[in-house]
Design a protein around this ligand. Structure first.
Ligand SMILES: [Zn+2]
Length: 52
């Protein structure tokens, strides 16, 4: 018999079994990286505007 629990699928990023598509740890990391990239883009945009 199978358990009626939520199916755990491997996290897309680290491959660990997780109830979510991406586990919380990886999600936090991805969000952090996204913020870093955003800040980088914003910084570049500012530099470009400032130079022109
Ligand atoms: Zn993960």
């Amino acid at each position: 018999m199978k358990k009626k629990q939520k199916k755990e699928t491997p996290c897309l990023t680290c491959g660990r079994p997780s109830p979510e598509t991406i586990c919380l740890a990886c999600r936090n990391r991805i969000q952090g990286e996204a913020i870093d990239k955003k800040q980088e883009v914003e910084r570049k945009g500012r530099t470009d505007k400032g130079r022109v």
